[in-house]
Design a protein around this ligand. Structure first.
Ligand code: PAF
Length: 292
C-alpha cells in the first residue's frame, strides 16, 4: 500500500497544494469519513476522484458526535483496510488526524449548532449528535480549503438528515464549497451498507432488509402516483419480530417537515423523502428513500 497519509493540518495543506500545482489542477474533492469504510464510502471516493484533480479523504472518529463514551470506544477502527480501499478508488491523500490535532484546545467553546433540524428524527434519540457532526465537518472543510478554484465535498444520501444539515450549514454560513450527494449503496437484498451492519447476528442480518423493502414499497407507490399508505408499510416492519421501529415518516426533502396527512392518502405528486430508523437486535439502523 502506498497511499500518502498525513496527520497534521499543515501537512494536509502542503500536500494538497503540491499535488494540485504539480497536476496544474483546479479542483479539489474532500471525502470526510470516520473510517470503517465499505462500498458506500468507495462510491463517495470514486465520485470525488472522477470529478476532481486531487481527492483527499479524511478518517477521523469524532468524539463530539458520540453521546456515549462506550459507543465511541466500540466504533470500529480499521485504518489499514481503509487506506487500501481509498487507494483502490484512486484517492490521492488520506488525512488521519489525532483528536488533539482537530481540537487542540479541547472540546470547542464555540461550535456549530444544528438548531431545530438537528433535534428531530436522529437528533431526538442522539441529543447533540448533529451539533458535533456539523462542528467537525466545518473544521474539516476549513482544513481542506485551498486556493483551488473549485472545492467539492462528498456526503452519502444514506445519512439523509446529516446531508440536509450540512447543506444548510454551507448555505447559512456561506462556506465556499459545493456539497455533492452520492446515492446509497445497497447489498443485493436491499440493506443499505453501514459500518454498523457488522454488529448484526445472522438472524438480525436476515431480518434487516425489511427496512429497505418497506421503503421500496413507498417508492413504487410514489412512482405510480398512488397514495403512499404509510400505515401498510409500517405494518410490514412491525410483522418482523427482531425489528423495533423507532420512526418511519415521509418528509419534505429540504426542511424535513413531515408531509401533510393528505399526501399519504391521496395520489402522490411532487417530491418527498421517506425516513426510517429501527433497532434490529442491539443495532440501530437508519435508511431513507427520495420519492418522486
Ligand atoms: O458521516 C460520517 O461519517 C460523519 O458524520 C462525518 C461526516 C465524517 C463527520 O464526522
Amino acid at each position: 500500500m502506498s497511499i500518502t497519509t498525513v496527520t497534521t493540518v499543515a501537512e494536509l495543506k502542503a500536500a494538497a497544494a503540491d499535488l494540485l500545482s504539480r497536476r496544474g489542477g483546479s479542483a479539489l474533492g474532500l471525502v470526510p469519513t470516520m473510517g470503517a469504510l465499505h462500498e458506500g464510502h468507495a462510491a463517495l471516493a470514486s465520485a470525488a476522484v472522477r470529478a476532481n484533480d486531487v481527492t483527499v479523504a479524511s478518517i477521523f472518529v469524532n468524539p463530539l458526535q458520540f453521546g456515549d463514551a462506550a459507543d465511541l470506544d466500540r466504533y470500529p477502527r480499521t485504518l489499514a483496510a481503509d487506506q487500501q480501499l481509498l487507494e483502490d478508488q484512486g484517492v490521492d491523500l488520506v488525512f488521519a488526524p489525532t483528536v488533539a490535532e482537530v481540537y487542540p484546545a479541547g472540546p470547542p467553546l464555540v461550535s456549530v449548532t444544528a438548531g431545530t433540524l438537528g433535534a428531530m428524527f436522529e437528533g431526538a434519540s442522539r441529543p447533540g449528535h448533529f451539533d458535533g457532526a456539523l462542528t467537525v465537518v466545518a473544521k474539516l472543510l476549513h482544513f481542506g480549503l485551498s486556493p483551488a478554484a473549485h472545492y467539492r465535498a462528498y456526503f452519502g444520501q444514506k445519512d439523509a438528515q446529516q446531508l440536509v444539515l450540512v447543506r444548510r450549514m454551507v448555505a447559512d454560513l456561506a462556506f465556499p464549497v459545493d456539497i455533492v450527494a452520492v446515492p446509497t449503496v445497497r447489498a443485493e437484498d436491499g440493506l443499505a451498507l453501514s459500518s454498523r451492519n457488522r454488529f448484526l447476528s445472522a438472524a438480525e442480518r436476515e431480518a434487516a432488509p425489511v427496512l429497505a423493502r418497506a421503503l421500496r414499497l413507498l417508492g413504487e407507490r410514489a412512482a405510480r402516483h398512488e397514495p403512499l399508505d404509510l400505515d401498510s408499510a409500517v405494518a410490514m416492519i412491525k410483522s418482523q419480530p427482531l425489528v423495533d421501529l423507532d420512526y418511519f415518516d415521509v418528509v419534505d426533502p429540504d426542511t424535513l417537515q413531515p408531509l401533510a396527512e393528505n399526501c399519504r392518502h391521496t395520489p402522490f405528486t411532487g417530491t418527498a423523502l421517506a425516513l426510517i430508523a429501527a433497532r434490529v437486535g442491539p443495532v440501530r439502523l437508519i435508511d431513507n428513500l427520495p420519492l418522486g
